[in-house]
Each structure stands twice: as C-alpha cells, then as structure tokens.
Ligand binder design. Structure first.
Ligand SMILES: [Zn+2]
Length: 384
C-alpha cells in the first residue's frame, strides 16, 4: 500500500535568526504585513523586527488587533489591512495566535469570504485552490509550533467554536527560531507553552497511523522538553535552553501532522468557556488522560508506545519507576503547574457541556483508542 507523508519548511534557527531572516527577504522586496498582538507591540518586541526592516529600507505595515484566542474578526481586520496597504507577503510575529491569524489572512487574499466555508471538518480544504501569498513565521513562544504547521485555529463568530483551517499551502515559507525573542517570556507562560509542545509530541506518537518520521521526531522532541524546559525556567536568559525549546516546539508540530488526541479535545472547551491558556489546559488534562489510556485494554504496540514515552521522561529526569501518568504528573508539577480544574472556575455542573464540546472536537478522532462521551466526562471528573 502506498503511504504519503510530508516534511517541509525552511527553518532559520539560533541567536541572530531574525537578522538572517531580514537579510533573506531583502532579496524579495515584497511589502510585508506584520501580524502581531498588542502586548508584543507595546513591549517593543516587534520593534526588533521593524528596526531591521527599516535599516534595509524594506516596506511593511503592522496589524496588531488580534486576540490570544484568535477570532474571525481579527482575520477580517488583517485582510483589510493587507489590501489597503498593498502588501504582498505576511509575517506572523508572536505566539501561535498571530501566526494562525497570518495564515487565515493569507488564505482569504485569493479566496472569497466567508472564512467558515473553509472549515476543515466540513471538507473546506477542498475549496482551497487559489494562490496563497508567502507566509513567514516568527514565534515568540515555544509551544504551538504553528510556524511549521499547515493549519490555523480560529474561533468563529457564529458557532463560537475553535475551527481548524488546514491546507499544505498554509505552511510558512520560512520559520524564524530566534531564542533572543523568547528570553522575556514569564515562567508561567514558558511552562504552559512548553507542556503544549510536549502534548503535541506525545499525542502524535500515540496517534494511530503510519508516519515513522513523525514518530521519531515526536520522541526526540519529548526528550528536549523534559531536559530543557526546567533549564529555561531556572534561567529565562539561557539561550541554549530557549533555542532547544523552540526546536522542540517546531518538532512537536511537525510530528502532529500524524494527528493529535483526546487531550486537545478536552482542553479546547476549557479555553473557549473558561479562557484557560491552551498549554495550561493541556497540562491540566494530561495525567488523567494518560491514566485513562493506561486503564484500557491495549494491544502490544500501544503498550510499547506508552512505555517508550515513559522511558524518555524518566531517563531525562532520573525518575524512579512508575506509570507514565505518574511521571507526567510529577514533571508538570515540577515546572510549576498546579492541578485542579476547580482552580480555574470549572465546577462539576460544567462537566456535561464541556464533554459535549470535547466530543464534537475532531482531535480525538486520532486518539490511541476511541473515546465515548462518558469517557470524556470521567476524565474531566478525574481532573477536577
Ligand atoms: Zn496544542
């Protein structure tokens, strides 16, 4: 049987990658639309990019009206800015949110509105056939890996749900992994985004399906997170640790083209209804979800996959023997995350509607084992 898998994106990596990127785009004098968020603009991080562009006399326009969980109106506003400013290429500068907005704007440049018609779960990627302008991605967090991913997640106006837009043409042409841009990230965001990267790799490794490259990348990414996230937390200015975390995040997203799993389905409604940070939401749901897998009747290959991740976590931490769920719980606690959904305003009365949304979320379709609505309820219950 013929199997297809992909492995793309040019990645500039290391301190000074931002300058190298500007030198790279200097040879293609496209006017750039820079998508970022209000905080990054205010603290001057975007200024590091625009100073380089100014020095080379390159034209750009900044659009920063985006939200941390990106909205459809962010995309529409950015599209107007692109058209009104006669831009020709788009830079997503920030966490996963501005990068996802950049991708969705790029999609709409040569495809008619509304955005909703390109919803991947409704077959929308079939409607994507036009030219997509160049997308460049400059992550300032090490988590989502959107800089190497082919999807964008946007919360839609009508449904209020996080909706996935997916197409190979949405992969950024260049990803810029410059650790100097992440040294100012506060510890709680460093931890939450780092656990997001860990979750991507673990869920990708657990997802059924054939992708030996994704599997190998996922395991290496897990090792990097377990080794370097604590170092990045101990000293935010540790450029080696910051760079390794950026690489781990990109690897996690490269791996999860194989699929994600129930942790992401369980975490998405927590962000939508309780505004819990995406990475933190994954962290809160992770040990209970892994414990659920451990309680299932698994075939040998599935058991071995749990064991392999457990070994990676243990050998980097010098952990004593134990279950994967226990090892993950201790690792997440050690990076400063406290468990308990109740801390984030979630009550037992919320579990029914959260579970319905989690069940409707497509990520669990590639979970290691199929899950029922009742299973998801029991995992929320265990994570309370
Ligand atoms: Zn994620």
């Amino acid at each position: 049987m013929v199997k297809t898998f992909h492995f793309p994106t040019e990645i500039l990596c290391g301190a000074g990658a931002l300058e190298a990127f500007v030198a790279r785009v200097e040879s293609r004098p496209e006017k750039l639309l820079i998508i970022t968020d209000p905080v990054l603009k205010e603290i001057g991080l975007v200024g590091r990019l625009t100073r380089e562009l100014d020095a080379k006399g390159l034209a750009y326009y900044i659009y920063s009206d985006t939200h941390s969980n990106p909205l459809e109106k962010d995309v529409e506003g950015g599209l107007r800015a692109y058209q009104d400013s006669d831009c020709e290429a788009i830079v997503g500068f920030g966490g996963g949110s501005p990068i996802d907005v950049a991708k969705a704007i790029a999609l709409l440049v040569n495809h008619p509105m509304p955005l909703a018609q390109y919803d991947d779960t409704l077959g929308g990627s079939e409607r994507i056939s036009g030219v997509i302008p160049p997308i460049y991605a400059v992550p300032t967090t090490a988590g989502t890996g959107s800089e190497v991913g082919r999807s964008a997640v946007i919360t839609m106006r009508t449904s209020g749900k996080k909706t996935i837009f997916f197409h190979p043409a949405l992969i950024p042409a260049i990803a810029v992994l410059d650790p100097q841009l992440t040294t100012g990230l506060p510890p709680h965001l460093t931890a939450a985004t780092g656990i997001d990267a860990f979750t991507h790799s673990m869920e990708a490794f657990f997802a059924p399906g054939f992708h030996p490259m994704a599997d190998a990348i996922a395991l290496s990414s897990i090792e990097l997170v377990v080794e370097y996230l604590p170092l990045a937390l101990r000293d935010g200015g540790n450029l080696e640790a910051r760079e390794k975390m950026l690489i781990a995040a990109s690897m996690g997203a490269t791996a999860f083209q194989k699929g994600l799993g129930m942790i992401h389905s369980l975490s998405h409604p927590l962000s939508t209804h309780f505004d819990v940070h995406h990475g933190l939401a994954n962290a809160l749901m992770l040990p209970a979800s892994v414990a659920f897998l451990e309680s299932r009747e698994l075939v040998t290959d599935q058991r071995r996959r749990l064991q392999k991740v457990g070994e990676r976590v243990a050998c980097r931490r010098g952990d004593p023997a134990g279950s994967l769920s226990g090892r993950c719980r201790r690792f997440i606690e050690d990076v400063g995350i406290e468990f308990g959904l109740a801390r984030h305003g979630v009550g037992r009365e919320d579990i029914a509607r959260l579970s319905i949304d989690a069940y409707a979320d497509p990520c669990h379709q590639t979970n290691m084992v199929p899950v029922s609505l009742e299973d998801l309820e029991s995992i929320y219950e265990a994570a309370m």
